[in-house]
Write a protein that binds this ligand. Structure first.
Ligand code: NAI
Length: 391
């Protein structure tokens, strides 16, 4: 394995600047690249601010200062020259295939032959991005969660042609990165499938939520009663959480999985209408609730009896079993651990090991009620065959 010293981070936005900061903290020389000086400078300023805050709290470690780490940071708006001495490149530019392919082509043509090229894409095929290069064995996914410095999970994803060595290097680098919330969890994602592990595991819950929202609208049930159904079981109910994440994000994610996994993911009437009316949740600041005075105060005294957290867990168990069926991972422990590291919530297998028969029944009832066939339990869930697939 080649020794990795020089890392190039492409894209100085939300994810790129924060990932660049943790690469610096891990001791690498880092070059931050963007398309305009103002973008790259904004990223550098945020890294400087982030490091100084950690220094003030004594969190940079003995003998390390913000200034000394900043001394290991270079910036560039010329990708071709920035990657000349790179050992490892991570791309976090806009989520557009043509832009990513162009970036990977430039890297391939200018980086040394040993250099591994990683993408932080959330939704795009690693295999397709790799096809823009002549080193497909050295292209992998390196998927951080937002913000990388706080979220322990980094998924390392294999494209069809990624070599074991490139994957191992990705895992080794990921494991060495500092995280303010504990030990990194860096699973290998063995197949390039939509959503990788954690986003995929949670995605089909949206099918159910869209149905709940549409039912509530039809029956005139107030949103706070839906959130009351989840009180004590989730830190935020489904409506508040939707507002918090952004209803436009839910809408786009739904459409993405509708294209890649099943038409059942198509966003429902309520979400579609809210997005059309520019009610996007916290940021707009209207959604299910009014966020103009900060986090809304939600009256949870009356329950709707419509939303069930248990149904959500059953849906996740089913999707986790599909990940096993598709050989994205080989055992369920990695799925539960990844969910904890990426979402701060337990995965479905801990409870599902003993509940799969009941939960399969629940899912069949739910599929009948909603007309969403995707919610039906897969073979591996129904049979309980996953129980012996721990590792
Ligand atoms: P962002 O919009 O904050 O940053 C993207 C940056 O890339 C911008 O500064 C832009 O100027 C720059 N850029 C665009 N074209 C470029 C090019 N040709 N060369 C160099 N820089 C270029 O986006 P964000 O949120 O940081 O996302 C970046 C990537 O990370 C996307 O692929 C996204 O799917 C992925 N991601 C995002 C997460 C999130 O929560 N925002 C979580 C995990 C992955």
């Amino acid at each position: 394995m080649v020794e990795i010293k020089n890392i190039v981070m492409i894209g100085a936005g939300l994810m790129g600047h924060n990932a660049a900061q943790i690469f610096l903290m891990a001791g690498y020389n880092v070059t931050l690249v963007d398309i305009k000086d103002e973008f790259v400078n904004a990223g550098v300023a945020k890294i400087d601010e982030g490091l100084k805050k950690l220094e003030a709290k004594g969190k940079l470690g003995e003998g390390t200062s913000a200034a000394s780490l900043m001394g290991n940071l270079k910036k560039s708006i010329d990708l071709a020259s920035a990657v000349k001495d790179a050992d490892f490149v991570v791309e976090a530019v806009v989520e557009k295939m043509d832009v990513k392919k162009q970036v990977f082509k430039t890297c391939d043509e200018n980086a040394p032959p040993h250099c591994i090229l990683a993408t932080n894409t959330s939704t795009m095929s690693i295999t397709e991005i790799a096809s823009a290069t002549k080193r497909e064995d050295k292209v992998i996914g390196m998927h951080f969660f937002n913000p990388p410095i706080l979220m322990r999970l980094v998924e390392i994803i294999a494209g069809e042609k990624s070599s074991d060595e490139s994957m191992d290097t990705g895992v080794e680098i990921g494991k060495g990165l500092p995280c303010l919330k504990g030990k990194r969890f860096v699973p290998k994602v063995l197949k390039d499938r939509p959503g990788f592990i954690v986003n995929r595991l949670n995605a089909p819950v949206q099918i159910y939520l869209n149905w709940v929202f549409d039912q509530a609208a039809e029956k005139g049930i107030p949103w706070e009663q839906i959130d009351a159904d989840a009180a004590g079981l989730m830190p935020m109910g489904p409506c508040e959480l939707g507002d918090y994440v952004g209803l436009d994000t839910m809408f786009h994610v739904g459409n993405y999985y509708a294209e890649t996994l099943s038409p059942d993911f198509k966003p429902g009437k309520v979400i579609t209408k809210m997005v059309e009316e520019n009610k996007l949740g916290r940021k707009s600041p209207q959604g299910f609730f009014d966020w103009s005075a900060g986090r809304p105060k939600i009256d949870k005294s009356k329950k709707a009896g419509l939303f069930s957290v248990q149904n959500s867990m059953a849906i996740m168990l089913n999707e986790g079993c599909r990940l096993l069926e598709e050989k994205v991972v080989t055992g369920f422990k990695v799925i539960d651990d990844a969910n904890m590291a990426g979402m701060n919530t337990p995965g479905p297998f801990g409870g599902g090991k003993n509940q799969y028969e009941n939960w399969s029944k629940l899912l069949n009832e739910l599929a009948d009620k909603t007309g969403k066939e995707y919610l039906r339990p897969c073979e591996l869930m129904k049979s309980g065959g996953f129980v012996s697939m721990r590792k």
